[in-house]
Design a binder for this molecule. Structure first.
Ligand code: FES
Length: 235
């Protein structure tokens, strides 16, 4: 973790937003973010257990550290963490949402929909961030077009519409203020990994040859979703 003042503020706000992501309390996040509010914030019904995993530096397609300052705002980025087969979405919302980065604006979530486990695969992704409003969703939402579950990435990916029973699990990131490097370090919330590996056992076996549950290791490639997926659903 970085030690500059901006990062400390981001950390405090992130802790608070994580604690309230599925509660009505979220509407007060901006007004209440502070030490006392952090200490008193309630847990969500699904719990917000924090799991640390071996840190994975996010790297570009050449293997060089990805500079978080070069992220395109409100754009879908994809990486895999903590396992080689489990995808995550990373978004710079370009406003302070208690994330990381110079503007506390960068957030990441496991991209496995909590409804029926749609996820970004190479052939297609039904789940993605949408910057603009659509028939089924407001602007700046993570929307799973499979059955129209909608999550708010500014509020810990809490469910705001559709059949999803739980928020997306949040990926903990650290940001190096000197270099702009981003590192995935852990996960908070209810993940879908067991159900995901059960449901897609055969498909993942074919794709990863028995390595699907391996940890990503020291680096994970970050790239725009449209470079990873041949078809990104629109809805
Ligand atoms: S799998 Fe995402 S809404 Fe059904």
């Amino acid at each position: 973790m970085t030690a500059d003042n901006d990062s400390i503020d981001c950390d405090q706000r992130r802790e608070f937003l994580a604690a309230c992501s599925s509660a009505a309390l979220c509407g007060f996040a901006t007004a209440l973010a502070g030490g006392e509010a952090l200490a008193n914030a309630p847990s969500s019904p699904g719990g917000h257990a924090r799991r640390l995993y071996p840190a994975a530096l996010l790297v570009d397609e050449r293997g060089a550290p990805f500079n978080g300052r070069s992220l395109q705002p409100r754009t879908n980025y994809l990486f895999h963490f903590p396992f080689v087969a489990t995808p995550c979405l990373l978004i710079d919302l370009a406003r302070d949402v208690g994330g990381v980065g110079r503007g506390c604006s960068i957030v990441a979530f496991s991209a496995i929909c909590s409804h029926q486990l749609a996820y970004p695969a190479k052939e297609v992704s039904f789940i993605r961030f949408q910057a603009k409003a659509s028939t089924h969703s407001e602007a700046e939402r993570i929307h799973c077009c499979a059955d129209h579950s909608v999550y708010d990435p500014a509020q810990g990916a809490r469910v705001v519409a559709g059949p999803a029973p739980a928020p997306l699990a949040q990926i903990e990131l650290s940001y190096d203020a000197k270099t702009g490097n981003l590192t995935a370090t852990g996960l908070r919330g209810t993940d879908q990994f067991d159900a995901f590996f059960r449901k897609y056992d055969f498909k993942l076996g074919m794709e990863f040859g028995g390595r699907a549950r391996d940890l990503v290791g020291r680096t994970s490639q970050l790239q725009e979703l449209t470079r990873f997926c041949r078809n990104v659903a629109q809805c």
